[in-house]
Design a protein around this ligand. Sequence first.
Ligand code: SF4
Length: 305
Amino acid sequence: MLLEFGVSAPEAERVHRCYPVRLAPYNLAQLSREDAGDPLNRMAVPSVRELVPEPGVGADPFAEKTRAACCYGLKQRFPDRVLVMAHDRCAMTCRHCTRKGLLQDAEVVRTPGQLAAAVAWVKGHPGVREVLLSGGDPLLLPDRRILAFVRAFARLPQIDAVRIGTRVPVTLPMRVTPVLARALGVFKKVWVNTQFNHAREITPEAAAACARLVEAGIPVSSQSVLLKGVNDSVGALFDLCTGLQRIRVRPYYIFLCDPVAGIAHFRVPLRRARRLERELAVRVGGLALPRFVMDIPGSPRKTPI
Ligand code: SF4
């Protein structure tokens, strides 16, 4: 199937062994068979460039694998929030993914016992006020499992927000069913952070998925990634940010690529990123203007560029 997108079978096989390839029919329908450099192709179609080593760059710069877990499947980098690994799969394996080398053998909370232990840990640490359900994509789980996660943490009085990190509104929007959106809205603590990187990802289906969440009372933001050949022009960023505002999704962050192996061909130099930030600020008002940040290993915060 990837032959149609200019990738040979041996190439695809080599990349897939290192960084698995997964695409849903919805993603395939958006890709271009004529233009291998199409922005959506770049994010979805594997490339042998992923296998080119980058000096000094490894698979796990934030020590997610080696950092002592608070308990199984739960990691803490910042004092007021914790990450709960709720799944190890995504609808589409984004070629620029920060966790591309980590998901295959990630510690994931799967059993009621593991969830109970995670909740007990949070309860024992009253400084934690935000829980981030991530992975992988938590919204690929069955509804009852998603709701079990949310319910377990949302009922703790110390928790102000249960944040769901998901690209499903972009990559598999029909999964955000009206029933699921309404059920998540009931808790009044759920926030959804998604990741739109290009205006063409704002399809009628994606807009409808976000509308279902927003209308259920759930704030939706986009943490986009600045990607070479995808959105590294002021025009592309303008279209992305204004398009998001139009569907009531807050353009929240633009992340520079993390120092992770396998994504060197997506990196935008810092100087260019700074210029894009300045140029974008001239063209859009604050509500549609994301903060340009980078995640620096060891830093206690997201760092403005
Ligand atoms: S959806 Fe997120 S976690 Fe999954 S592959 Fe894409 S960037 Fe990575």
